[in-house]
Design a protein around this ligand. Structure first.
Ligand code: NFS
Length: 655
């Protein structure tokens, strides 16, 4: 259990996280920060990518300084080893996002057949648009039937054996050609994942650069396949998000209410929990148990899904999952898949909190399992909410400690809603954004996304980078735990423009009433950022391909295999992408050279590794400026404004 040697501070810039860490230390709860200390020193061979256990001739590890073996027992060099490891990470990341996408497709099919209790097509307009894109006959067709047909076409794309993925056709033509020339145009999502696993088996692909192309191809099947289906079909089923006000941080937990935390990723579950909690019978039960209300709050990307569509509050990001439970006021922690700490059940024996796993894919030792089944989605969700109400009854007078931090934010931006927010209801165009970039009020656009990691100070990378970007007039769009970090710090309120944004960006934010930092959803919704770039190209005046745009991407605190797939598909879509931690490839010179330099020639985008978030932002700005120069755009109208100290974030917006 927790042993922070009397130094109760954790590495986090979030005061709510800090308070709960102190409380956890007093209670003896172990946190990820404690476990990180306990596993030191971490394996340097693994960090550098020089450890191979792909076959049982090994494990082999290669010393980067030439002491000992130069290659593995089979003859694999450092570059082959590191490239294969990276390709496997990308395949797992792609599989995770895409399996989430597949579940949404499955639910859409069941909903169309009338076999998914509680689900229906909420966005017929988008269903129709997709059906037309897929070449389906739409005239006078019943939306339920159309939903089934769209789901069939999508399923076929997952299992496609030949030809290219459908959404590849959404990319600008020059980018499609680059992918063709480089041999990375993805085919079926499943096939690409399987091929990456085959290619990295012992004694198959042994050309480092070719292995990296396999990693890129697989990742493109995520970005322009599995993830894009997850986003588009979630919008069809659950409705397209619209700008919505909400709140974020541990202070959203209310001791007097039945608190249910939904943690994980798939909206199929969380949407039903929200519906169940809002149903009159459940509300009545909660009142009978003496609760004021039922409070749903999210952690990680499932939080982003229900925030975007319903304005449901966010309890915190990845590193706050244990801290939420430590409040003692959570009556049910409901998890599905991805980013859930395996030992989250450590609390089960000492609290009334019910820990409930729900996915057939993910059971957790020590957690009660209520299998979620879309065919009886609402009934399962009511069962879960009922258990939370019971737990509230058992909570009695036991101690609860809930931080007060609870910040306002606006979320719910999509390609469609950016259109209408910037262009107005009657002129839904990307023209105003392109024009603001062309005339030098907005320097460019940056997507800042990704996780938290205990290897860095929690949230600090996100906040420092984003503030540096907006003070230099770069409009920021965000997803994932990065979006949650900036939401908690007050950067997603329109007022934030007055404090942090450069003068040009501030003028634009004032004119259209937006914050300088826009929340565009969960990690699968990074596809919204790709498609926003496509729209900027289509709108004209900023080049012919995504790689011509003055845009950049970043994941300052990334840690998951999903982030590896994202970084690769974003860079291979032509976007300069700056990562906080490096990929585990630094011991492999050829791999390093290709990812940090060579791939730009093939795709127009490449990666950079920079731990210092302010320097990372400077690299992104330098890239954006170079793109502006290449396009011959006007000089920026204003100089950047002075930076604001990190400890003033939030404080200043609220002043
Ligand atoms: Ni993305 Fe979302 Fe957060 Fe990282 Fe995990 S929740 S899918 S992987 S930790 S951003």
């Amino acid at each position: 259990m927790a042993d922070r040697d009397g130094k109760k501070k954790i590495r986090s810039v979030d005061p709510a996280a800090q308070q709960m860490a102190e409380h956890s230390a007093e209670k003896g709860y172990s946190l990820a920060w404690d476990r990180y200390e306990a596993v030191q020193p971490q394996c340097e061979f693994g960090t550098l990518g020089l450890c191979c256990k792909n076959c049982l001739l090994g494990p082999c590890r290669i010393d980067p300084f030439g002491e000992g073996a130069e290659c593995g027992v089979c003859g694999a060099t450092v570059d082959v080893i590191a490239a294969r490891n990276l390709a496997r990470h990308a395949a797992v990341g792609t599989a995770a996002h895409s399996d989430h996408g597949r579940d949404v497709v499955h639910t859409l099919r069941l909903a169309g057949r009338g076999e998914a209790e509680g689900y229906e097509v909420k966005n017929e307009k988008k269903l129709l648009k997709l059906a037309e894109e897929f070449g389906l006959k739409t005239d006078g067709k019943d939306p339920a039937l159309l939903a089934q047909e769209v789901a069939e076409v999508a399923s076929a794309d997952f299992g496609r054996q030949e030809g290219r993925l459908r959404f590849v056709g959404r990319a600008p033509k020059p980018l499609q050609k680059k992918w063709e020339d480089a041999g990375v145009t993805p085919s079926g999502v499943d096939a690409e994942v399987v091929r990456a696993l085959h290619a990295t088996h012992m004694g198959v692909d042994s050309d480092p650069k070719h292995i990296l192309k396999t990693a890129i191809k697989t990742s493109l099947a995520d970005g322009w396949g599995g993830s894009m289906y997850a986003t588009d079909l979630s919008d069809v089923l659950f409705g397209a998000p619209e700008p919505v006000r909400a709140t974020a941080n541990l202070g959203v937990i209310r001791p007097e209410a039945v608190n249910i935390i939904v943690h994980g990723h798939e909206p199929t579950l969380s949407e039903m929990i929200v519906a169940a909690a809002q149903s009159p019978d459940m509300k009545k039960k909660a009142e009978e148990a003496g609760a004021e209300d039922i409070q749903i709050a999210g952690i990680c990307c499932t939080a982003n899904e229900i925030l975007m569509r319903h304005g449901i509050p966010i309890a915190g990001n990845f590193l706050q999952q244990e801290l939420a439970v430590a409040t003692g006021a959570v009556d049910a922690m409901v998890v599905d898949v991805q980013c859930v700490f395996p030992n989250i059940s450590q609390y089960a024996s000492c609290m009334s909190t019910r820990f409930i796993s729900t996915s057939p894919k993910a059971h957790f030792e020590g957690l009660e399992h209520v299998q979620f089944d879309e065919s009886r989605g609402l009934a399962t969700a009511k069962d879960i909410v009922g258990r939370a109400i019971e737990a509230f009854g058992e909570r009695g007078d036991s101690e609860t400690v809930v931080p007060k931090e609870n910040e306002q934010l606006v979320a719910g931006y999509t390609v469609e809603s950016i259109f209408s927010t910037l262009g107005g209801r009657y002129r839904p165009l990307f023209r105003p954004l392109n024009k603001a970039i062309m005339d030098g009020r907005i320097r460019g656009v940056a997507g800042v996304v990704g996780c938290n990691t205990v290897k860095m100070t929690h949230d600090e990378g996100h906040l420092k980078m984003v503030r540096e970007l907006i003070r230099n007039d770069v409009l920021v769009v965000q997803t994932g735990c990065s979006a949650i970090a900036c939401g908690k710090a007050g950067l997603m309120k329109p007022e934030a423009a007055e404090v942090y944004a450069g003068e040009g960006l501030r003028e634009v934010c004032r004119a259209v009433g937006i914050a300088p930092v826009l929340h565009v959803g969960s990690c699968v919704d990074n596809t919204r950022i790709l498609l926003a770039c496509v729209e900027m190209v289509k709108e004209g005046g900023l080049g012919d391909d995504i790689s011509d745009l003055p845009v950049a991407g970043a994941a300052p605190e990334w840690m998951s295999e999903k982030a590896i797939a994202i970084a690769l598909y974003v860079a291979a879509s032509g976007i300069y992408t700056c990562l906080g931690d490096s990929f585990p490839i630094m011991g492999a010179p050829k791999v390093r050279e290709y990812l940090l330099e060579g791939m730009e020639e093939d795709f127009g985008g490449k990666l950079a590794f920079e731990r210092d978030p302010v320097r990372g932002a400077a690299l992104m700005i330098e890239h954006i400026n170079a793109k502006r120069d290449a396009l011959g755009l006007d000089d920026m109208k204003h100089d950047p404004v002075a930076p604001v100290e990190l400890d003033k974030v939030g404080e200043k917006v609220n002043a």
